[in-house]
Ligand binder design. Structure first.
Ligand SMILES: [Zn+2]
Length: 190
């Protein structure tokens, strides 16, 4: 890992991003990728900010091991698929991916990893505000952005009934019906 030469302002931005990501229970390697902080510094930061926090304010947990890379999670049921579709739109709104006319979803190149991390947190926090009880975690969201933009294991399709865009497994047999239309057919929605 190259050490990033940062000004005090940039260092403060990296620190705030690391704390924000720890609050979302991001794994250490993701925080390192966005901030350039060493694993040791992240561990110490977590100990100071979360482990020893007031027991009445639940501290963030730390996940160990590899991040989830399965895409089966996102199409497990129509509710999670609808959440994934909402998140894909938020990724586009926050400048992390583009939705082109052919519905391909290339990544937006963001050179500064701190800026990219901040945009990702903005998108994820807006998602949580709209869908607060979703099981789709920060780590799931990170995997999903990668699966849509780089790995192309997920794609966007437009619904044949209501024309909404939705996320689908690239290898799935698909009936061109979005999660909402599968749960509530268009004919029953006034
Ligand atoms: Zn639909």
């Amino acid at each position: 890992m190259n050490k990033i030469n940062a000004t005090p302002d940039q260092d403060q931005a990296r620190l705030e991003l690391a704390i924000r990501m720890l609050g979302h229970e991001a794994r250490t390697h993701l925080i390192t990728a966005c901030t350039g902080f060493s694993q040791d510094r992240i561990r110490k930061l977590w100990g100071k900010r979360f482990r020893d926090s007031n027991p009445r304010t639940p501290g963030a947990r730390r996940h160990r091991g590899k991040s989830p890379s399965s895409i089966e999670f996102f199409v497990r049921n129509p509710w999670i698929q609808a959440d994934a579709s909402l998140l894909a739109h938020l990724f586009a709104n926050w400048g992390l991916l583009q939705i082109l006319p052919d519905l391909s979803t290339p990544a937006v190149r963001v050179e500064d990893p701190v800026t990219r991390g901040q945009r990702f947190c903005d998108a994820f926090e807006e998602f949580q505000a709209i869908s607060p009880s979703s099981p789709l975690s920060f780590e799931h969201a990170w995997n999903m952005l990668d699966a849509l933009t780089a790995r192309r294991e997920l794609l966007l399709l437009d619904c044949g009934d209501c024309h909404a865009l939705y996320v689908q497994d690239a290898l799935a047999l698909d009936g061109r019906r979005c999660p909402t239309c599968r749960v509530i057919p268009a004919c029953r929605r006034g």
